[in-house]
Write a protein that binds this ligand. Structure first.
Ligand code: FAD
Length: 349
């Protein structure tokens, strides 16, 4: 053993990434005997390429204070072939929040726990089975949680491919005239996926998603530009951002006490692009597993079942090819029935 090893700093748990998954995992470990380090490469916790759309189930699992929610919606405006229809319920079922505000709020929840340390501006650059390298220093771990998002280094260390990752792009535009949550289906431009308009207090997220194996990233970018023009959306003051969304789930627990949560674990929906809820739940549940090695997470089983349902719908939509618009029209017809609307809302929100 050399001197560097003797002096190596050590933690019981190292969580890589302070997104919703990493912060919820840390919260679960708060107030225990474990020494926990959360390493975040960004200077500030929270900001992330994201449209900030939340569903009712996320709001319940977070117990968010009302002030953090920007918009509440009891209907989604759905557009297909220049026609408008709705997915609606009696009460609110979708919301928007600002990702920086969410991250800062989650971070604040950790302040009361002396056993949790969050270090920002700290990128993990290397992983071995005993330690990680953080800003050039080796730090030992007993448990390692990869909560480092869709391009996860921990996932790559585990040699898990993310072959099915979707790509999503958006403009963040400082414009407050948009008040509705809008979704646009256009089979030719976005295949089985969609474009969105998600209003926030001081800006709007206008974006789209797709799978590069179905539409290349370049083609999707061109299609998005064409769609923005057709819909007269002024992007001259907008900020363009793009990032993968990982819904390619393989496993979440690995030899050597290594876990993957959130997008690193491929928990996001490949159909809707929703990943915040899945990150929150998987982060918490992995925290519980670290505390009790016999804990079996029924909530993660449920996430996987939900992802499988979404994958089946997506498979049908992609497979429908030129008949896809017909499927959307059939869906539109059935959505008129309140019971079907409620069922769809339960599946997506
Ligand atoms: C354009 C777009 C729009 C989206 N819109 C929505 C939406 O409306 N609703 C929704 O639910 N989901 C949406 N998503 C998906 C959502 O953003 C993710 O599913 C969610 O953020 C996953 O949370 P996470 O905690 O797993 O990872 P992340 O939020 O990605 O957090 C990972 C953290 O790890 C850090 N990190 C990465 N590598 C390292 C490293 N080597 N060392 C240290 N730190 C590291 C990152 O800086 C980051 O802070 C969208 C995604 C995109 C791209």
């Amino acid at each position: 053993m050399n001197i560097a090893d003797i002096e190596m700093e050590k933690y019981d748990v190292i969580i890589v990434g302070a997104g919703p998954a990493g912060l919820n995992c840390a919260k679960q470990l708060g107030g225990t005997q474990l020494r926990v380090l959360v390493a975040e490469r960004n200077d500030v916790v929270g900001p992330k390429v994201c449209a900030g759309g939340l569903t009712g189930k996320s709001i319940e699992s977070l117990n968010l204070p009302d002030g953090l929610i920007e918009f509440h919606f009891n209907k989604i405006h759905l557009h297909h072939k220049d026609k408008l229809f709705y997915l609606k319920d009696d009460g609110d079922f979708t919301y928007t929040i600002d990702r920086k505000e969410l991250g800062q709020w989650q971070l604040k929840q950790l302040e009361k726990f002396p056993n949790i340390e969050v270090r920002t501006a700290c990128a993990v650059s290397k992983i071995t089975k005993e330690y990680i390298v953080l800003n050039g220093h080796k730090i030992g771990y007993k448990h390692l949680v990869g909560a480092d998002g869709a391009s996860s280094l921990v996932r790559r260390y585990l040699k898990l491919p993310s072959g099915k990752a979707e790509i999503a792009m958006q403009y963040i535009i400082p414009e407050t005239k948009y008040k509705d949550l809008e979704v646009y289906f256009d089979s030719q431009l976005f295949s089985a996926w969609y474009a969105w308009i998600f209003p926030h207090n001081n800006y709007v997220s206008v974006g789209c998603m797709g799978n590069p194996k179905v539409i290349s990233a370049k083609q999707l970018t061109n299609n998005f530009s064409a769609w923005l023009k057709t819909h007269n959306i002024d992007i001259s003051h907008g900020k363009y951002e793009a990032f993968p969304i990982n819904g390619d789930f393989k496993a979440y627990q690995f030899p050597g006490n290594i876990y993957l949560a959130g997008d690193a674990g491929g928990f996001a929906s490949r159909l809707t692009g929703e990943g915040i809820y899945q990150a929150l739940v998987s982060g918490t549940e992995i925290g519980k597993m670290i505390l009790d090695k016999n804990y079996h997470s029924k909530k993660i089983d449920e996430l996987i079942r939900l992802q499988n349902r979404h994958n089946k719908i997506l498979g049908t939509l992609v497979g429908a090819g030129k008949f896809r618009p017909l499927l959307v029209e059939v869906g539109k017809y059935f959505l008129r029935a309140k019971s079907i609307s409620k069922k769809v809302i339960r599946t997506i929100a």
